[in-house]
Structure formats: structure tokens, C-alpha cells
Ligand binder design. Structure first.
Ligand SMILES: [Zn+2]
Length: 377
């Protein structure tokens, strides 16, 4: 009886230990799983573009051939004092202090061709809509996207993909150029988009939005289809405060239009101003518990511009050599600090959307032509 009982006790104990370890492992698995799920759902992304800002200015600052060229500059002396420094490192720091004093210490900067670090478009158009389509979808579409006309984008952007999974209230797009409603396909995607000279229709309006709607009518833009970037920035910030989206796309536009105007002075000033706007966004998220420590910034451009002949700095497109040359800056959550990449390396603009898909745990698109996610950590 005793021995029989002993066997029974032993068996019970064994079952107990076995089920206990199963329980422990299940709990551990669940915890890890929840942890990684939480990490993914905590992720925020700020995707920012500066329309047609050349890698030449980003990496080497003001161009000696343009800075005092009276064909492109009205106040050569003043501009020279403000933006000329002997070394390219000093010149770029004067032009984009946030990028070269802060971002470079927090993340990775790709595209300095002087070191063989290259970023290129894969579309063969080299102008804006095809560039933004490539950035936002991860694939060039030369067959359908071959003009800047306001044609609703037939392709699903990563913004739309995110909205389908997480709800359209978690994502928004702001642009200075009035074609973004079509590029984002606001109608189909449901992604809130405010661009061009659109006023905020995000009712009920906050005090900031009411004021912006009013002064946007009172401060004329130099252009017909592009508003001044300060408006885009402030509309985006008002939306951030109101809704705390996890994914926001902000496209600044002045750089491209001042360049088309042949106004190098304003192109430089606008570049410096946009650098400060990005610093403002970073400071905002750093002081906001919802975003701080959880946000990844990705900054890029939709195309490059020319260098030779000299006047081609104003333009881009297949006829302008080098206007497929772009750059990428990334820093923040999940980004290993590598600084400026001074190695031979080839990246493409179609890798940006796949990188965002990876950060958010969205399904990758496997068809031909889609880029691979960047290896960021
Ligand atoms: Zn342009």
C-alpha cells in the first residue's frame, strides 16, 4: 500500500512538474510575444521629404559656383558671409545645423557620393509624382505614373496599408504641393491629407487651425500649386497635438520651387529653414511622452537636380544628368548610430516604404520592383 501510494505520489509529482514547466514556458512565450507586439504597436514613424534638395547642398553646403553668381543671387556679399566657409563640413553645418550637429550623432546619413555612398531613384522620370509614388509605395511605376497631373494613384501607399491595418485615424499626410491628395489617394485610402492651399477641414477646428485657415488666405505664396512650408508645418503640428497619429508624412516643397525660379538665395534660406522645422518636430516629440523614445524619423527627397551645365541646378528630369541622385537620413527609435556613411554603398529610394513596413510589422510586398528594407540596426 505504501509503495503503491509512493508510485502514485511520484507520478502526480512528475505530472505536476511537467505541467508547471509547460506553464512557465507558455507564460514566458506569451510575455515575449506581448512584449514584441507592444514594441511594434509603440512604434511611430515621421516620414519627411524636402522636394528636390540636392545631395550636393546637403553634404557640402553652399555651392561656390552659385553663391556669388549674380544670375542666381541678388545679395552675393551678404549670402557669402552667411553661407560660405572654407571646409565643406563647416559649410553644411551652417546650412543645416540640425542635420549636421544633431541627426548625424543620432542616426545614419546616406548619399554622399564623394565617399561612394549612393542613393538613386529606380523610376525613370526623375520628377515629383513618380518620386513620391516610389517613396510611398516602394516601387517605381513608370507605366502609370509618368506626369505630375492630379491623377488618383492606382497604387497602395504604405500610408494606406497602415490605415487598413490600424485604422485611418492613426495616420495623416501634409504637403506643400497640391498634388498630394492624388498621390496619397485620399478618397480611396481614407488617409487624412492636407496639401496645397487647402484649409483644415478637420472639424471641430482647434484655435491654431482656425488661425491658420485665416492667415493662409492672407499671406500669398509665390506659386500657384505650392504653399509656403510654414503652413504645412503648422497644420501638421496642430494635427499632431489633436490626434497623436502613429504615422505622419510631411512633405516640404519650397526648395524645389525656389530652384526652378533660379533663386539660389531663397533656395539656401529655405533649406536652412526646413532644417529648423525638422528640429522643431524632433523637439516636439522629445518632450511628448506619447512619442519620446518610440519615434523613427526618415527624411529624403523625391529627386535630385543637375550640376553641369551650371544652369541645370534649376532643373531635373531625364534630360538633366544626375537628377536621379537622392539621399536618406534616418534617426530615432531602432536606428543604430552610424553617422554619415563614408563607404561605398548603393541604396535606392524604393527601399523607404519597405523599411516603414518592417518598422510597423506590415506585410512586405514581394513582387518584382519592390525594394528591400534598409538594415538600420
Ligand atoms: Zn521640380
Amino acid at each position: 500500500m505504501y509503495f503503491k501510494n509512493f508510485k502514485l505520489v511520484k507520478k502526480t509529482l512528475l505530472i505536476f512538474y511537467f505541467s508547471k514547466s509547460v506553464l512557465v514556458y507558455s507564460l514566458l512565450f506569451l510575455t515575449l510575444n506581448c512584449f514584441s507586439q507592444d514594441k511594434l504597436s509603440d512604434q511611430k514613424v515621421f516620414l519627411i521629404t524636402l522636394d528636390g534638395l540636392r545631395w550636393q547642398e546637403l553634404f557640402t553646403g553652399a555651392d561656390s559656383l552659385l553663391l556669388q553668381n549674380d544670375q542666381y543671387v541678388k545679395h552675393p556679399k551678404k549670402l557669402y558671409n552667411a553661407y560660405w566657409r572654407e571646409s565643406s563640413e563647416d559649410r553644411r553645418s551652417i546650412l543645416m545645423p540640425f542635420v549636421w550637429k544633431k541627426c548625424v550623432k543620432m542616426g545614419q546619413i546616406y548619399g554622399n557620393r564623394k565617399f561612394g555612398s549612393k542613393v538613386n531613384l529606380t523610376n525613370s522620370m526623375w520628377f515629383s509624382y513618380p518620386g513620391y509614388n516610389e517613396i510611398l509605395t516602394g516601387k517605381a511605376d513608370d507605366k502609370n505614373i509618368y506626369s505630375n497631373a492630379k491623377t488618383p494613384n492606382p497604387n497602395e501607399t504604405v500610408l494606406e496599408q497602415f490605415a487598413k491595418k490600424n485604422g485611418s485615424g492613426r495616420v495623416a499626410a501634409f504637403g506643400s504641393w497640391d498634388v498630394f491628395n492624388s498621390i496619397v489617394n485620399q478618397k480611396r485610402s481614407g488617409v487624412y491629407t492636407n496639401c496645397g492651399f487647402e484649409t483644415s477641414s478637420d472639424f471641430p477646428l482647434s484655435l491654431e487651425e482656425k488661425l491658420l485657415n485665416e492667415i493662409q488666405q492672407q499671406i500669398p505664396s509665390p506659386w500657384d500649386s505650392v504653399r509656403l512650408d510654414g503652413f504645412t508645418h503648422q497644420y501638421a503640428k496642430a494635427y499632431l497635438k489633436k490626434h497623436q497619429p502613429d504615422f505622419i508624412f510631411i512633405s516640404y516643397g519650397e526648395t524645389d520651387d525656389f530652384a526652378h525660379n533660379g533663386d539660389y538665395e531663397s533656395y539656401l534660406r529655405s533649406t536652412k529653414n526646413t532644417d529648423a522645422l525638422i528640429a522643431d518636430l524632433w523637439n516636439y516629440i522629445e518632450n511628448n511622452a506619447y512619442y519620446s523614445g518610440k519615434t523613427t524619423f526618415i527624411i529624403t527627397t523625391d529627386h535630385g537636380r543637375g550640376t553641369t551645365p551650371i544652369d541645370s541646378w534649376r532643373s531635373h528630369g531625364t534630360k538633366i544628368k544626375g537628377s536621379d541622385q537622392t539621399w536618406i537620413i534616418t534617426f530615432g527609435n531602432g536606428i543604430l548610430v552610424k553617422g554619415e556613411l563614408k563607404i561605398e554603398n548603393q541604396l535606392y529610394t524604393n527601399q523607404i516604404a519597405p523599411t516603414i513596413r518592417k518598422l510597423f510589422g506590415l506585410d512586405q510586398k514581394e513582387e518584382n520592383g519592390y525594394g528591400r528594407p534598409l538594415s538600420l540596426n
